[in-house]
Write a protein that binds this ligand. Structure first.
Ligand SMILES: Nc1nc2c([nH]c(=O)n2[C@H]2C[C@H](O)[C@@H](COP(=O)(O)OP(=O)(O)OP(=O)(O)O)O2)c(=O)[nH]1
Length: 154
């Protein structure tokens, strides 16, 4: 039997990548991942991604391209990753996560990613689109992460 697919999104906005910190299960809690979830029967990867990001973060996204490759997770599961553009909404950790963070260029190694996500994250950071500076940037333009009370992000 073929492996079940977990889809995850490298979500971009304003030249930054969204990272999500898992709150469960205990063995993964506290580690960072690209948000997503399991493909349901009859769904394409892109459809599953849009659904999962809506459910978990409350945002609308547009998948852009698949990052080549597939990474084994636990027994019976593989991870596939798409880049995606934030279309509307403010990401909030509604399910499975307790914190979100936007990472700008050079900030990809600042958090403790799940090991299995690292190759896709490295490629997603290489593909980071140029973006306008976020509103709260410092005068030097170096501040690129923002965290809001309650865990909502940007
Ligand atoms: N979403 C996501 N899951 C990942 C990543 N890396 C990784 O090892 N996983 C694991 C964690 C989970 O065991 C599994 C995905 O499960 P999930 O709990 O996010 O899936 P789901 O939203 O469909 O939830 P469920 O109700 O079916 O349990 O894959 C990743 O980058 N994103």
């Amino acid at each position: 039997m073929s492996d079940r697919v977990v889809v995850a999104g490298a979500v971009y906005d304003q030249g930054r990548l969204l990272a999500a910190r898992r709150s469960a299960p205990p063995e993964l809690a506290g580690r960072w991942e690209l948000p997503g979830g399991k493909l349901e029967p009859g769904e394409s990867g892109e459809q599953a991604l849009v659904r999962e990001l809506r459910e978990e973060l409350g945002v609308e996204t547009e998948p852009l391209e698949r990052i080549p490759g597939e990474w084994p997770l636990g027994p019976g599961y593989v991870l596939q990753v798409w880049t995606a553009r934030l279309v509307s909404g403010v990401p909030a950790p509604l399910q499975d996560h307790d914190e979100l963070r936007w990472l700008g260029p050079g900030e990809g190694d600042e958090i403790d990613w799940l090991d299995q996500d690292r190759p896709a994250v490295a490629e997603a950071m290489r593909r980071l689109p140029a973006g306008s500076a976020p509103v709260e940037s410092t005068p030097t333009g170096t501040a690129s992460t923002r965290r809001l009370p309650g865990g909502a992000c940007c």
